[in-house]
Design a binder for this molecule. Structure first.
Ligand code: SAH
Length: 256
């Protein structure tokens, strides 16, 4: 199992972005993982219940694709991640600094899903404006942002984080309870997780992944005080040497 400190020591944000989030035509197979996740996020954030003031992204990594559909429906976004270099890489993009990752092809793809590919520059600006803070967090801690306390959010989103951050199902269940404390009663949780996956790799580094089944995720979400309102698993049919992913799950739940 790869501990949070392994991420801090070994996770190279630029290599990760290049491997999983560069959308070039020559990487059709490799893009399937990304486009499937973008479609499920688009579908979930089209739901009327996912609207409000603040959105917290838990385990954001160096990525913004998970905010592209979401940013249309929330006023403010706070992004949290354990790893310093991932938060820095994200901030580099937010400040539009030299050397930041080029998300334009991904932004264009999401704009096309939303019906107007030409709106990409506007959307990109929207994300840059709405992300107000990027802070450290540890999902395995009850007090996950340490000394910093955040106002309860209308919605939390978390993509591909918990299955990497949790060594077993009890830890996964407790991480869901921890992140659940960030959301208002009646607020929502939006989760994207991989199913049946035990590892993912890039840049010759291998990261472990908690092997999850759909019903385990749903039960853990319910046990953390949520009511599942949307849950859709899709098989991942591509043979992909970067990981042993069996499928992905998109889930929306309401805090009760
Ligand atoms: N959400 C992004 C990044 C996923 S990679 C995406 O969808 O691509 C997994 C992320 O989980 C990394 O950024 C890593 O820093 C973070 N992480 C690992 N352990 C963590 C922990 N204990 N608490 C919070 N984040 C953690």
């Amino acid at each position: 199992f790869t501990e949070a400190d392994f991420y801090q020591q070994n996770f190279d944000p630029q290599a990760y972005l290049k491997e999983y989030y560069s959308m070039s035509d020559s990487r059709e197979g490799a893009n399937v993982f990304l486009t499937q996740n973008l479609r499920i996020l688009h579908k979930m954030f089209s739901l009327d219940m996912l609207r409000g003031g603040t959105l917290i992204d838990v385990g954001c990594g160096p990525t913004i694709y998970q905010l592209l559909s979401a940013c249309e429906h929330f006023h403010e976004i706070i992004a949290l991640d354990y790893t310093d270099q991932n938060r820095q890489e994200l901030e580099r993009w937010l400040r539009n600094e030299e050397g930041a990752f080029d998300w334009v092809p991904v932004v264009k793809y999401v704009c096309e899903l939303e019906g107007d590919r030409e709106k990409w520059a506007e959307k990109q600006e929207k994300v840059r404006k709405k992300v107000k803070q990027v802070l450290k967090c540890d999902v395995t801690k009850a007090n996950l942002t340490g000394p910093v306390s955040l106002p309860p959010a209308d919605c939390i989103v978390s993509t591909l984080c918990l299955e990497g951050a949790c060594k077993d199902l009890p830890t996964f269940r407790s991480a869901l309870r921890n992140i659940g404390t960030l959301v208002k009663p009646g607020g929502h949780l939006v989760l994207v997780t991989v199913l049946g996956q035990t590892y993912y790799a890039f840049n010759k580094q291998v990261f472990s992944c908690l092997r999850l089944q759909k019903h385990e995720v749903e039960a853990a979400v319910e046990a953390a005080g949520f009511e599942v309102t949307f849950s859709e698993a899709q098989p991942y049919a591509v043979s992909d040497e970067r990981m042993d992913c069996g499928g992905m799950l998109g889930l929306v739940a309401r805090s009760v």
